[in-house]
Write a protein that binds this ligand. Structure first.
Ligand code: G4P
Length: 288
């Protein structure tokens, strides 16, 4: 995954979304439950204007349940509708549609009372790369391959697909950008695997992740790598590398621990969830 966002891309994405916004009833904003602040677009309020919005935290199966609940509550307290889902589980899709119906119930009833012809709710999926937009749309549309892409420059004929008698969806999602100039956000987005990790110095990312895991999920490090880190020990970083290399039998490189291989292994296990259910930020540490 690689994100290259330039001012031109942002303006284009914005323009395309502004056009579509006019004909939709609700925005389904997908964010990653493992970092529900960092995986949001910083200008979403401005972009979606006053359209009703449902914030859907995807990948809840990979996130820490405790934090997921807190984040859903947090967004609800901010005045949004919010829910968490595992998009690998098809039953969860119906819950999203149900929630959209619920959010728009009053509006649809008002239209009916005014004598307007009953019509389907029209929705659009928005989010930064890798949050599950194509998975969501393709599964509902019952298609296999994604045609959406993550490139803001990719255009194709827009289609509106009917998912249920009363529910329609744009077949192409709105692709937005994360706030990568914020160091906290860039770090978390890299840990989610949504951008090339190499945009940040890998060893800094490794150290930050290890520190966070030691403070918040020491048991996961113990289970996965039989690793216990003492952050007060001046040598903890080198010892951590050496320990993982030894436990995972990573061959030394010219007589030294192969630091790159250790990091590669660690990040791939972080990204694919094999270390465990981890959330990288809590609502108490960010100012949304
Ligand atoms: P995007 O359009 O927003 O860029 O995201 P996309 O749907 O391509 O999803 C990115 C990856 O996240 C995919 O994995 C997808 O399967 C996975 N994913 C989406 N939602 C969930 C979820 O709720 N839980 C879990 N565990 N994974 C989710 P991939 O490895 O790129 O593809 P695939 O091999 O799974 O198809």
């Amino acid at each position: 995954m690689n994100i290259h966002w330039f001012p031109g891309h942002m303006a284009k994405a914005r323009r395309e979304i502004s056009e579509k916004i006019k004909v939709i009833d609700i925005v389904i904003e997908l964010v990653d439950a493992r970092a529900p602040y960092s995986s949001k677009n910083p200008m979403i309020n401005e972009i979606t204007k006053n359209k009703p919005r449902l914030i859907v935290l995807t990948k809840k199966d990979m996130a820490d349940d405790r934090y997921t609940k807190q984040w859903v509550q947090y967004y609800e307290q901010c005045g949004y509708q919010a829910m968490s889902v595992n998009l690998k589980n098809f039953n969860e899709y119906q819950k999203v549609i149900e929630k959209c119906r619920h959010v728009l119930k009053e509006k649809m009833e008002k239209e009916k009372a005014r004598g307007l012809k009953p019509r389907a709710i029209r929705a659009m999926v928005l989010g930064i790369p890798n949050v599950g937009k194509s998975t969501f749309i393709n599964k509902l549309a019952n298609r296999k391959a994604t045609v959406t892409g993550n490139k803001p420059g990719v255009t194709k004929a827009q289609q509106i697909i009917r998912i249920a008698k009363d529910f329609e969806l744009f077949d192409t999602p709105g692709v937005l950008w994360p706030k990568l100039d914020d160091e906290h956000v860039a770090k978390n987005i890299a840990l989610l695997g949504s951008i090339k990790q190499s945009i940040l110095p890998l060893d800094d990312l490794f150290i930050a992740a290890m520190r966070y895991l030691t403070e918040n999920y020491p048991q996961l490090l113990k289970e996965r790598y039989q690793l216990e880190i003492d952050l007060d020990d001046d040598n903890w970083i080198v010892e951590t590398f050496d320990h993982i290399a030894k436990v995972r039998k990573i061959k030394p490189l010219r007589g030294e621990t192969d630091y790159d291989r250790v990091m590669e292994l660690f990040f791939s296990e972080i990204n694919d969830g094999s270390i465990g259910q981890i959330t990288w930020e809590s609502p108490t540490c960010v100012n949304v």
